[in-house]
Every structure is written in structure tokens, then in C-alpha cells.
Design a protein around this ligand. Structure first.
Ligand code: ADP
Ligand code: MG
Length: 407
């Protein structure tokens, strides 16, 4: 492995560190009987980057992470960590030889060891003198703000404190690869944001390559350099947060990364240089949206317009420029403005709309859509949200993916 002059967070001050490893996964498959938990996943994580794997419950996140850790054995495929071949059809390197540390959802601390002893436990294979190990583990507990609780046992610590001990234990080992399995999901909402910031900061300062899994899109967007979206064991998109938000490749990805709502639209004829306009249908008295759509329209006459919350603007109902009209169905004060939900005649709703002004519940408002943040997809087949199968997923068939078209 090559050396770098970078510095990283270390107990006892910065010093020269190793280059963090890349992680390369090739055609990974994991079967449990008939069940495909991981379905042909290939993925490269750049050295020192922060990858978040995002997907709903049961999409295979934990299985993939545990396969990288070496806790699970792949059914087929290959995993390389840096220069080391960790797994292929014949080889399976045990977790302790993969130079990684993992933070679990349920903390996984030893109940019979104090906080300090739990952290020092991660150093047991370093053959450090006992004093050194103790000193380093105490210093790392200071870093996570728990120095004063070093002598407590896990059952004398809150959930948040236990997760800090687990974080210190992962960081103190000074490994090249840090793995996180939904570390925030057992914490209270207010603590979650604080821990999220600390994990993001400390993990980055450590210089390690990080792979973090979550079902929470806000967490993913806040932490990631790159987000990989998992659906039913398949990696359906891997992109920067900005790209994923602007150009989700399927309605599933768009929905899972945050929508205000959806409209069924009619695509009016294509205009010059491949533009067209859409008319919202299924919404009573919905005027035509003046927006022009970049091509292609997939040769269909109907589609779905998926709308990001940031694309929705509320205006006065009588504003002549109002594109649509709806009724305010919910208004939540958020300190920095309000979050609104609006309902259209016919039942369509848009939610999560930010606005600084106060609109009364029940009031009629004008609703305008910014073209950026409106995603046009072709009308979905009946199995609308089904996992893309190998035979029908266009990307798998080598066809261009009919991604969204910004309105
Ligand atoms: P996630 O972490 O995204 O919620 P998991 O990786 O835990 O998903 O699970 C993926 C799928 O594999 C699920 O359908 C789950 O039921 C199944 N699965 C996971 N572990 C096992 C196991 N040990 N035996 C059988 N099925 C499993
Ligand atoms: Mg899981």
C-alpha cells in the first residue's frame, strides 16, 4: 500500500498515515435459500471517500455491509479492500484480517467491560503496552466527549453515550475502513442530528474510507460524498447527492429521495428542438403548465411528473401567474419558516413545502412549480414500483436508461 503524507485524527496528535483503501465489489450475490438478498451488485468506493448505501428495510443494506466486513460470506462475487482480495468464490478473509472497524445499530458493547475497557478492547491485537492502550482509549473517549464517563459500564450509559463509546472503539483502532450500520436509528431525534454531525466530522478526520448504511434519505444526503440506492438487493443508482436529487434514474429512486408529490400529466405535442409542454390531469381546473420539457418524451402521451419539495412555490390564489390552485391542508411552524401540505380537488397532495409566509389552514393558494425539481417519467407499467428485473431493467439490457427529464 502506498504512503501518503496526510494527517488524521489520532490520539497523541497527528502523524503520517497510510493511504486509506478503495473498496471494489464485483458482481456480489448473496442468497438465503431462494431469497436473493444481494443481487449482482458491483460498486467501487474511492479511497478516503464517504459512501452511503440508502434503501428501504429489507433491501440488502446490512447483508452487503456484513459481506464487506467478512461477517457474511458471499454466494458469489468478489470484494477487494485496497490491495487485498477479501472475498471471491474460494477465498474468504475473516473480519479481523480486513483492517476495518464497524459501528452497529445496537452498539454491541461488552456489558462486563467499562467504557474505557470497551474502547481498549479494539487495541488488543496491536500488542500495545497496557498503559499505552489505556491512554489511547481514554484520549479517544475525550474526543467523543465521554472522558468523564470512562469508568461506567454500558448499562450505566444512555443510548447516545453507548453509541459514542462504540464510535470511539471504531476510531481508536486506526483502521483504513469504517463501516456503519444505521448507527443513529436507535437514538432520539434531537440526539440523532448531533451524533450525525460528530460521526461525519470524526470519520472524515480519521482519513478512513467510510461505508454507512441507512434507510433515512435526509441522513444520506447530509453525510455522503456518494449515495448508492439499493432496491430489493440491487444497486439501482450510485451518484453524488446533488446528481441523485436532480437526476434520479427511476421513479423509485426519486420517491425514495424525497418528493412533495406526483401528478399525472398529459404530454402535449413535442415542440421545436425537442421541447414539449405538459398538462396536469386528474387535478380539477388544473391549467396547463407553461413549462417546456427537454426531450425525449419516450413516444408516449402520458407520464408522471414527480415533484421535489424545493420545486413548489406558494403564491396568492388570485395571482394571475398561478399555475395551479390548491387548499392548504397542513401548516407546521418550523422556526425558520413553515412546512405546508396542500390538497388539490381530486385528492392529489403536495407535502413538505417550505415557505416563510403564514398561510392559514383551509386557505386557497396558488401553486407554482419550478422546472428544476420537476421530473418527468413515462407512465409506469402496472407493476409500477416493482424492482427492476434483470430482463426488463433497461440498464441491464444495455439500453439507455429513460431517466427523468427536467421540466
Ligand atoms: P436491510 O438491512 O436493508 O434492512 P437485510 O440485508 O437485513 O436488509 O436483508 C435483506 C434481505 O435478506 C431481507 O429480505 C431479509 O429478510 C433477508 N435476510 C437477511 N438475513 C437473512 C438470514 N440470515 N436468513 C434469511 N434471510 C435473511
Ligand atoms: Mg439493516
Amino acid at each position: 500500500m502506498s504512503e501518503t503524507t496526510g494527517t488524521a485524527l489520532r490520539c497523541g496528535g497527528p502523524r503520517e498515515v497510510r493511504m486509506p483503501p478503495s473498496v471494489v465489489i464485483e458482481r456480489a450475490v448473496k442468497r438465503y435459500g431462494d431469497k436473493l438478498a444481494i443481487d449482482d451488485v458491483s460498486l467501487t468506493v474511492a479511497p478516503g471517500s464517504f459512501l452511503v448505501l440508502l434503501g428501504p428495510s429489507g433491501s440488502g443494506k446490512t447483508t452487503l455491509l456484513r459481506s464487506i466486513a467478512g461477517i457474511e460470506r458471499l454466494s458469489s462475487g468478489r470484494i477487494a479492500i485496497g490491495d487485498v482480495l477479501a472475498a471471491d468464490d474460494v477465498r474468504h478473509l475473516p473480519p479481523e484480517r480486513r483492517d476495518l472497524a464497524m459501528v452497529f445499530q445496537d452498539y454491541a458493547l461488552w456489558p462486563h467491560l467499562t467504557a474505557q475497557q470497551n474502547v481498549a478492547f479494539a487495541l488488543r491485537r496491536r500488542r500495545l503496552a497496557r498503559n499505552d492502550a489505556e491512554q489511547r482509549s481514554r484520549a479517544m473517549l475525550d474526543v467523543v466527549g465521554l472522558g468523564h464517563l470512562a469508568e461506567r459500564y454500558p448499562n450505566q450509559l444512555s443510548g447516545g453515550e453507548q453509541q459514542r463509546v462504540a464510535l470511539a472503539r471504531a476510531l481508536v483502532a486506526d483502521v483504513g475502513l469504517l463501516l456503519f450500520d444505521e448507527p443513529l436509528s436507535n437514538l432520539d431525534a434531537n440526539l440523532r442530528e448531533q451524533m450525525r454531525i460528530e460521526i461525519g466530522t470524526l470519520a472524515r478526520e480519521s482519513g478512513a474510507t467510510c461505508i454507512y448504511i441507512t434507510h433515512d434519505q435526509a441522513e444520506a444526503f447530509a453525510l455522503a460524498d456518494v449515495i448508492g440506492v439499493l432496491q430489493a438487493g440491487r444497486l439501482v443508482q450510485c451518484a453524488s447527492p446533488e446528481d441523485l436529487y436532480a437526476r434520479p434514474v427511476t421513479p423509485f429512486v426519486a420517491r425514495f429521495t424525497g418528493l412533495a408529490g406526483e401528478f399525472e400529466v398529459e404530454v402535449a405535442r413535442a415542440g421545436p428542438s425537442g421541447t414539449a409542454s405538459v398538462r396536469v390531469i386528474g387535478v380539477a381546473s388544473g391549467p396547463q403548465l407553461p413549462a417546456q420539457i427537454a426531450v425525449p418524451v419516450y413516444g408516449r402521451h402520458r407520464g408522471r411528473l414527480l415533484v421535489r419539495p424545493a420545486a413548489v412555490r406558494l403564491v396568492a390564489a388570485e395571482d394571475p401567474a398561478a399555475q395551479l390552485r390548491a387548499r392548504v391542508s397542513d401548516a407546521a411552524f418550523r422556526g425558520r419558516g413553515y412546512d405546508y401540505a396542500v390538497a388539490f380537488d381530486g385528492g392529489t397532495k403536495l407535502v413538505g413545502i417550505r415557505d416563510d409566509r403564514r398561510w392559514e389552514r383551509g386557505a386557497v393558494v396558488g401553486v407554482n412549480l419550478d422546472s428544476e425539481g420537476c421530473l418527468l417519467f413515462p407512465e409506469e407499467p402496472s407493476a409500477a414500483n416493482a424492482a427492476p428485473s434483470r430482463s426488463t431493467h433497461p440498464a441491464a439490457a444495455g439500453e439507455p436508461v429513460p431517466g427523468p427529464t427536467a421540466v
